[in-house]
Design a protein around this ligand. Structure first.
Ligand SMILES: [Zn+2]
Length: 401
């Protein structure tokens, strides 16, 4: 049996007045997804336990069949894994966002989608001036970077499981007063952020960005810290091989920890300008070799964070046309197959951030009888009797175990 998973990140949404009170799924033209809904099951699940931050890290863990309440240690160690940052058993990885803060307000959680080249130049300077045996800065994709805080004899890492940090995308346009780190290691994190702020202030990358009328990366926001998680592999859990196609280090790191291969696609950016067609083609080719092929697209989530319904609709339509359509067609040729489309969590355009709410999904293929709903939307899914309150229970259902 071949399995296809397509994850339009953050695509679940609210009814939007500007769209005639429709959600993104309702307003977009998605003929291929509608066909899957008609031929199969429309359902509902919750991938984000209230005890954890609403984000792609615990939510995607749920989707891949790993209960985040058991396996989740933090966002940064997943990304560090993807970036080949070596973590010892007591070393901590800390997410390092390039952000724009002005007059005490979080203007942009991604420094206006700063390029990877600019980000790498800023991180290189931070590493040169502040890096040492304990602290190292590692550049990732765009604004998503990592700091490794080593635990050394005589210099233990200062954090604990109770160390509290805050996701910068939750504070867009808001004051950052009261959202500085708290608990063990917070003084150290605050001190490091203050040093980076000074270094970035007159950095050539920022001077050029300001001259070009772009937002500068004023700060490195540290959050999402954690130790490296220990997972049983997907093969051990479900007896299947897998491949991940994504532009995002978080998903790549998760896939690596599961023992999956990651397939690189030229032009996959994580934004709505991504190479949708290239991702679809790479996934179709990967079906030949792997039992499970998973395509993750970040564009829908970014559009939610930007509060842009039109961009979100565009991104979903591109996913339908260039990824879902070709994959649905291709996977049928293998005879026995299953296909699943599901967001990880909602990112409502009105809120510009993730929520803990349920998400609608569609699934079709061998052995799955249609459940008579036939429409892919939040409202339609809420009518379904197929509901997984713990999203990690969906994978065994999908795989058929
Ligand atoms: Zn997001």
């Amino acid at each position: 049996m071949k399995y296809v998973m397509i994850l339009p990140d953050g695509c679940a949404d609210e009814k939007i007045p500007a769209l005639g009170n429709k959600t993104i799924f309702e307003a977009a033209k998605i003929p291929n997804m509608t066909e899957i809904a008609k031929q199969g099951i429309v359902g509902w699940s919750n991938n984000t336990p209230m005890s954890l931050p609403a984000g792609s890290d615990p939510a995607t863990m749920s989707l891949l069949g790993y209960d985040p309440q058991i396996y989740y240690t933090g966002r940064a160690p997943l990304e560090a894994t993807a970036m080949n940052v070596e973590l010892g058993p007591k070393d901590w990885a800390v997410r390092c966002n390039l952000v724009t803060i002005e007059n005490g307000k979080m203007i942009s959680f991604n420094a206006a989608q700063i390029s990877s080249e600019e980000g790498a130049a800023l991180l290189a300077t931070a590493q040169e001036k502040l890096g040492n045996d304990v602290i190292s800065f590692f550049p990732g994709v765009s604004y998503r970077n990592v700091v490794r805080w080593k635990d050394l004899p005589g210099s233990p890492a200062p954090f604990s499981a109770g160390t509290r940090t805050y996701a910068p995308h939750d504070y867009i346009g808001k004051s950052i007063y009261g959202v500085h780190p708290a608990g063990a290691g917070s003084v150290e994190l605050d001190a490091l952020m203050a040093e980076v702020h000074k270094i970035f202030a007159d950095h050539p990358v920022n001077k050029k960005r300001i001259a070009d009328g772009k937002l500068p990366a004023t700060d490195a926001w540290l959050w999402g810290q954690g130790l490296k998680p220990a997972f049983p592999t997907f093969k051990e859990r479900f007896g299947k091989t897998g491949a991940m196609i994504t532009a995002v280090d978080l998903l790549r790191g998760l896939a690596i920890l599961l023992g999956w291969d990651c397939i690189h696609v030229d032009g996959a950016t994580g934004f709505y300008t991504t190479n949708f067609k290239g991702k679809g083609e790479a996934a179709v080719a990967a079906l030949e070799k792997y039992d499970v092929v998973c395509v993750h697209v970040e564009a829908t989530d970014e559009a939610g964070h930007d509060g842009e319904p039109d961009t979100k609709i565009y991104s979903l339509e591109q996913i339908d046309q260039h990824i879902v359509g070709p994959l649905f067609e291709a996977v049928k040729k293998y005879g026995e197959y299953r296909i699943l489309v599901t967001p990880d969590h909602p990112t409502p355009c009105r809120l510009k951030t993730h929520t803990h709410d349920n998400v609608p999904w569609i699934m079709a293929g061998t052995g799955l009888e249609p459940n008579g709903i036939g429409v892919y939307s939040e409202d339609a899914a809420a009518r379904s009797e197929v509901f997984f309150p713990n999203g990690a229970d969906m994978m065994p259902f999908f795989i058929g175990k």
